[in-house]
Design a protein around this ligand. Sequence first.
Ligand code: 4AZ
Length: 840
Amino acid sequence: MNSTRYEGHNGHHERIDFLTNKEKVSSKRKFGILIGVLVAFLILAAVAAFLVWLFVYKDADSEASLSKHLGPSAQVFSGHMKLVDVPYNQKLENTNSKEFEDLAVKLEAVLKENYKKDPLLEKYYTKSVVSAFSEGVKAYYWSQFDIPVEDLEVVPEFSEERVLETLENGLKEQRSMGSDSDIKITEVTASFTDPRMVRNPRANECFYHLEAEEKAKQILSPGYPKGYPPKSRCQWQIRASEDKAILVSFPFFHIEDDCSDDFVSIFDSLSPDDSQAITEKCGQRPPSNPLEVTSSGNIMLINFITDSNVQRPGFEAMYEAIPMSKVKTCGGVLSANKGVFTSPLHPSFYPPAVDCKWTIKVPAENMVRLKFTMFRMKEPGVDIRVCHKDYVEVMGTKYCGEMSSLDLTSSTNVLDVSFHSDESYTDKGFSATYSAYDPANPCPNKFACASGICIGKELQCDGWNDCGDMSDEMKCKCEKDQYSCENGLCKPRLWVCDRVNDCGDGSDEKSCSCGVNEWRCGDGLCMPQDVVCDKKVDCEDGSDEASCKTSPGICSDFSFKCQNTECVNKVNAECDRVNDCSDNSDEAKCDCGTRPYKLNRIVGGQNAETGEWPWQVSLHFLTYGHVCGASIISEKWLLSASHCFVVNNSPQNHVPSNWQSYSGMQNQYSQDGVQRKAVKRIISHPDYNQMTFDYDIALLELSEPLKFTNTIQPICLPASSHVFPAGMACWVTGWGAQREGGAKAQLLQKAMVKIINDTVCNMVTEGQLTSRMLCSGFLAGGVDACQGDSGGPMVCFEESGKWFQAGIVSWGEGCARRNKPGVYSRVTKLVDWIKTETGI
Ligand code: 4AZ
């Protein structure tokens, strides 16, 4: 084959004649290979074409007319135009009618003409579609522009303002010069719109034209309740007769948690026009907080958009026509001595575009006390200091956003309260109570706080801030058992030198230094100086031995013990990012106590943020739902309280299969990011005492390991030598009752509690404290763990940048009572048992 080449023009038969036998065989094989390669290539091309079809074309919007055009650079604007001199004809509501077609074509031409006047818009303009008409005569439209990827830098110039300005200029021109078109437009809106929300008016798939009537009718999301399909694009256009508004309520609502993936958006228009959006919602709503929205006119548009990832059950909605008077009538004169008033339709969302004014008029010699018991007027992009959109105005101040309470008092006997809602985004609004009071005697038989509220007389000068503004604790003459703070407050003597700044000016903690030859223990007690570093623990918290410079290898109870039996005489040496042990065992197993999520630093209220306490676990028992808390200490082990599992007359509590653990949970009604694991084994501490709650600790082994994520992480266990000093601020978390005897919380709650010194703790618990317990909270009451928080963690942040678990919620007398702090199992005293049982 080397030297023989065929150079003639004949077919390959000729060539074969020149070949040897061996070459003949090899040539046949080559021909076979060539055919094989060709076939393989064809198959590959077919597969590639199929994949392109599957991912590019099939995945795009199913409406063929749009999917061809909406590339990554498609920019869509939607809005409405108000027409004059066009008689409204019911047939315009039928998108298949000739009337619809004729008028739509004319308007689409007008839009095109207008865009042509701006070279930038003309360049990228693709098309305009009139999607609906409504009484008034309003035409709803959308316009699409396609910007090639290479021109994307010009996008900043290509703005909503530019589109609107072009359309408005078109209107002005038409007005001043007259136009050949027989259509006059008096008003136009245009706002940037998510391309997924625009529809061809004649598309059938998941597109509904509905008529609201007095009798409520139902809407279901596709696939409800089994689950909506991926990439759903649904739209419901709802109309009512001209004198009616539309009320839509959602008895069931559960879609994905992230609104950038799946969402329901509702408009006070037939266009998905952001300037007329009522609301956009995602996630799951409990039955106690249903979504209920109202239109300001007789039209409404609901959009349902989903991505291809997570699918949830969807929603059920009811729509009905309600009298316009119910929506538009509000405000008035309130002349009773007390009363209640609310934003329109509260607790449903108030309608867009309403203004109300209430004038509260009480007898001439009286004044008005006004209390908002619920206040929620939140809107995207609003600065709550300015409240330029929806607001309540009282005595010249505008209020908006979300407030847990707002108390106001008038300066005369008349108080005006105004409510304003603009065209876009509404919320639940407010509920307020008012009452008349006599300024000469504002609180008959009660104490009047500076804020105007009244409290029981016995609460004045008792050391507790009952008014909330301290006014009940000012100018007090202190009793014998009270300490007189420098700022004039009186505090129980018990609180002096407890390392908690009870006075607020630090005076109760200032003169706590001990004598010249004395050492002050962590709990405030004074000891002779020579107890320090005598290798004997004299202070209860070990502070006299904790920071001693002893020769390496010499150990005290408060030294950190390295794996190689060396001792480190340094407070809290473990996981502090400094290698103290020669075998570095103090920095081993330190993948714990951190939270991956960047959290919003400005947190109001007590609801925890997602990922804020990633070691928190909810334990569900049989069909009771949440019963106890727990914490993650490794992939397979949870830490909780024994009293959750050892219950008199209830052997069921000790059966592992009766429990389910939920990690990564924040909302009891939402499973997003949650890992549910069955419990394989429950190990209660053998010395747990049901009478005294001593050794109230249990370990749960999971049936399969957790996968750590942004919202699921283990907490650090402290070494037995770890010191959590009195006064240290720590956090307790759980879904327990929000007040004594109250209901369990739906959202994870957090509370800051301070470690209380053992002497005080033992006193206030009337001697019930054992060395396996510690107190945390506030002797003043008000902040505490409660029923349902049991087993959950109390954690403290160390300078090393890690969170350590100091306690397990165990018991207490009631919840948040004065002088009755929460009692926790002391983890440092039980950590050796934890390590022995789990091997972690
Ligand atoms: C309980 O019943 C409980 N105030 C837990 C904690 C506290 C009280 C009761 C502390 O699980």
